[in-house]
Design a binder for this molecule. Structure first.
Ligand SMILES: Cc1ncc(COP(=O)(O)O)c(C=O)c1O
Length: 467
């Protein structure tokens, strides 16, 4: 193994005993199908273990080849709609029967309607959108346009951030796992500390005010930055910046002639109706969306003001893509926005999110497991740390092994509580019901005392009551 490679953790090489036990529980047919997959398919990093070959995904339930039903809270940040939402499926069916593909030299009404919908719903000055088949492709377009719009090529972005696995997205991204051993990245991609280290680098006294000041300084001394690109909020690994942070940063960008790009691939249409831009009441110059907006089909979007977007139509920028306005993806996106991501459904998801969080907290307090729940809208997570994580050092002391036992024990009880990674979160979809939340909580209640006992043995002291 190359020295530059990350250490062998289960996420990439499937080596934990829990994983071995899981595999032993599969049928011969399931094991043979996984082996076949392993033989021919280059697996996606950090997405292993592939648990089992899956046959059906319907609403909130996955069914594997052995007939095992698993309640899906994994979501992959897409399935805030649940699997195969009937409104989306109907729209796809209608579109594929009438217009399965749209050659680039034609417009199609579904793409136009979806673009209009996004422009009308997006907060701020987004006048036009472009579509793409993936979040990383939308990010790439944003970077390209920012160069043309400003005549500059440098960017500021945050260490530890993720913007996709394409080379340019990795270049502005900050996740070491994706960057190690890759050689030179794109020129001019400068990095700032991540949001969750604000306290570590800027102190406990007004860390975000100092951070915003530092950004102002970086923009000024560089003087030729095209854009600052960031995930406005990084879920469980981060404490949300205070409300004034992003507006301050936007103001600095404006003063120094740089564009502010929000990567809302995860937060867009998810954190709430208008995504993080609405949540923070800030209008970025460009927004990238993906995941939820396609209702399960590959769809991403990139939006900006007319002055930026017109550069394309004035032929100052050349851009195109075979599947950029694929009518079937467009139909799925339109149905998602018009019929599924309604205000009522956000309220439903929010109610279930609060119920799940409250249920977890009750059990944590009952068994004395040292952990806490972080929750916002459709997302939440069980954090194996006794108090709210405030900085990187806290983060590195999370009991990952205990977390792994939690995850496998839940899956063994028919509930996939979240993606397989301890900095991920659960997703509640509009198709989850109160009964699904009860099932999730019952599975946790079943394992919580054993987890608390194991935790006590490890730390050799009585478990504290969780807050
Ligand atoms: C914040 C963020 N940006 C960009 C991407 C890349 O999106 P995609 O996987 O659709 O290329 C992701 C994917 O997880 C993401 O979380």
């Amino acid at each position: 193994m190359n020295e530059a490679h990350p250490p062998p953790v289960e996420g990439d090489v499937n080596v934990s005993p829990a994983r071995a036990e899981w595999r032993a529980s599969l049928s011969d047919a399931a094991r043979a199908a996984l082996d076949e997959d392993e033989r021919y398919f280059l697996r996606q990093s950090l997405s292993t273990p592939c648990l089992a070959p899956i046959l059906r995904a319907e609403g909130a339930v996955l069914t594997d080849i052995d007939g095992r039903r698993i309640f899906d809270f994994h979501g992959n940040s897409v399935h805030q709609l649940g699997h195969g939402h009937p409104k989306v499926v109907d729209a796809i069916r209608r579109e594929i029967e009438s217009l399965p593909f749209c050659p680039r030299r034609f417009s199609n009404a579904t793409a136009t309607a979806l673009a209009r919908r996004l422009v009308e719903t997006a907060p701020g000055d987004l006048d036009k959108v472009l579509f793409a088949p993936s979040g990383a492709a939308a990010i790439s377009m944003a970077l390209k346009l920012a160069r043309y719009a400003t005549g500059r090529h440098k960017t500021l972005s945050l260490w530890d951030s993720f913007h996709g696995a394409n080379l340019d997205a990795i270049g502005i991204g900050g996740e070491a796992l994706f960057r190690r051993g890759l050689g030179p990245m794109i020129p001019g991609a400068e990095h700032l500390p991540p949001l969750n280290l604000a306290r570590r680098f800027f102190g406990d006294d007004k860390p975000f005010e100092r951070f915003a000041d530092y950004i102002d300084y970086a923009l000024e001394v560089q003087g030729d930055v095209s854009a600052l690109i960031a995930e406005p909020l990084r879920w469980t690994t981060v404490e949300a910046p205070p409300p004034e942070f992003w507006p301050q940063v936007k103001d600095s960008c404006r003063r120094h002639g740089a564009l502010l790009i929000f990567d809302e691939v995860k937060t867009g249409a998810k954190l709430g109706w208008g995504g993080a831009s609405e949540y923070f009441n800030v209008h970025p110059d460009m927004i990238c969306l993906a995941k939820s907006i396609g209702g399960g089909l590959p769809l991403a979007a990139f939006g900006a003001s007319k002055s930026v977007m017109d550069l394309i139509s004035q032929h100052k920028v050349f851009h195109g893509g075979t599947y950029n306005t694929n009518p079937v993806s467009m139909a799925a996106g339109l149905a998602t926005f018009r019929e599924v991501l309604t205000r009522d459904n956000y309220a439903h998801v929010d109610k279930l999110g609060k119920k799940l969080a409250a249920g977890y907290r009750k059990t944590l307090a009952k068994v004395g497991l040292q952990a806490y729940i972080a929750q916002a809208g459709a997302n939440g997570a069980l954090m194996f740390y006794p108090k709210e994580i405030r900085n990187y050092r806290d983060w590195t002391t999370i009991d990952i092994d205990l977390w792994r036992h939690y995850w496998f024990a839940m899956v063994n009880r028919g509930v996939m509580p979240q993606p397989y990674w301890w900095d991920e979160q659960w997703t509640i979809s509009v198709q989850h019901t109160e009964a699904d939340i009860d099932k999730h909580l019952a599975a946790f209640d079943d394992i919580a005392s054993s987890l608390a006992k194991a935790q006590q043995e490890r730390i050799g002291q009585p478990a504290l009551s969780a807050h």
